[in-house]
Design a protein around this ligand. Structure first.
Ligand code: AKB
Length: 337
């Protein structure tokens, strides 16, 4: 069977590295990667070709490629995007727009379905204050689509752009079998935690930063209050969800955008679990008002019943399994603790 050609943008990021490894492990793909940065050694040999540079300027390169699936992961995350807003808009919106145009062009011109997988975020939600956040509890896809950040606005708008291109391009070939179209599918990710890489530029970063610091005996000043609660997920579950959403036949999808959830815990719960595993951990709380404001606008948890219903989504790691079966064993190997 011939290999499917896949593009992974933002391949050097946390999701990118884990996804390239996941695709390579599964086999059957020719993986083309793109990023500002050169590929890290961990995935260098897994990429058939790496295009290094700014996606907005490199886009022309990709018009000659016959991609079956595009994972567009490149983004400037929420904390970074708040201090470099126009730059974030350029990366998050213009980059996405260029790639959607490319996918739509290929779908229409060559009568070929192109799957476009887009990582959206809990940052698309925005609650006005903590009382509203508490009352809202677990939110559905259509609730509270009033983001407070540049990153959240960018992600929400790009979801709409993806649906727009999916709806209005390639429609004349919908009666083909299989239908040929730009097939846009998005997942709203919670905070992600990998045992192998550290995030940068995000606001959910306090979770993974605290755990990695504790495992290395480094002191950590958490930039949000102890009672701050949002949802988190193990990186292997994030990769599993992308693969599941890629695989599911279009006909089973009742939506283009899906919440997924695993466990919602407070920063204090992270501290308690870190101390349990590493009793000498030195963790303090020194809230940063700007970053605190961002997480206070995000929901405590999200309702992923639609993903469960449409494509049988279920995380493999609840909070206990996350610590006991994934994070702690891997991190102990990594830091020799
Ligand atoms: C961030 O903190 O910006 C990201 C996200 C929740 O999308 N991790």
């Amino acid at each position: 069977m011939s290999e499917k050609q896949v593009l992974v943008t933002g391949a050097c990021g946390e999701i990118g590295q884990a996804l390239v490894q996941g695709l390579a492990q599964r086999g059957g793909y020719r993986i083309v990667t793109a990023d500002f940065m050169p590929l890290p050694d961990s995935i260098k040999s897994l990429s058939a070709e790496h295009v290094q540079g700014d996606l907005v300027y490199k886009i022309k390169t990709f018009y000659d490629y016959d991609f079956d699936t595009i994972f567009h992961l490149a983004a400037s995350l929420s904390s970074k995007a708040e201090v470099a807003t126009e730059e974030a808009h350029r990366i998050n919106v213009e980059g996405t727009m260029q790639l959607l145009m490319l996918a739509a062009y290929r779908a229409e011109k060559y009568h070929k379905a192109v799957k476009f997988l887009f990582p959206s975020s809990i940052a698309v939600y925005g609650m006005s204050n903590l009382a509203v956040k508490k009352n809202a509890g677990v939110v559905k896809e259509e609730d509270w689509n009033t983001p407070h950040t540049m990153y959240g606005c960018n992600k929400l708008y790009c979801e709409k752009l993806g649906m727009y291109y999916g709806k209005y391009y390639g429609q004349k070939h919908l009666d083909a079998v299989p239908p040929t179209m730009l097939d846009f599918r998005a997942i709203r990710f919670p905070g992600l935690i990998s045992a192998f890489t550290l995030p940068s530029g995000g606001t959910s970063d306090y979770g993974p930063e605290m755990l990695h610091a504790a495992a290395q005996d480094k002191p950590y000043a958490c930039f949000v209050r102890a009672d701050t609660k949002i949802s988190f997920m193990a990186m292997p579950d994030a990769i599993k969800s992308l693969m599941m959403l890629m695989d599911v036949p279009r006909g089973k999808l009742s939506n283009n955008v899906y919440n997924i959830a695993a466990f919602a815990i407070t920063a204090d719960e992270f501290r308690r679990r870190a101390l349990q595993a590493f009793p000498n951990a030195r963790i303090s709380f020194e809230p940063n008002p700007r970053r605190q404001g961002i997480v206070d606008s995000w929901p405590e948890d999200v309702d992923d019943s639609l993903a469960r219903k449409d494509w049988n989504w279920k995380p493999s790691y609840d909070v206990d399994r996350f610590f006991d079966d994934y994070f702690l064993p891997e991190i102990r190997k990594r830091y020799g603790k």
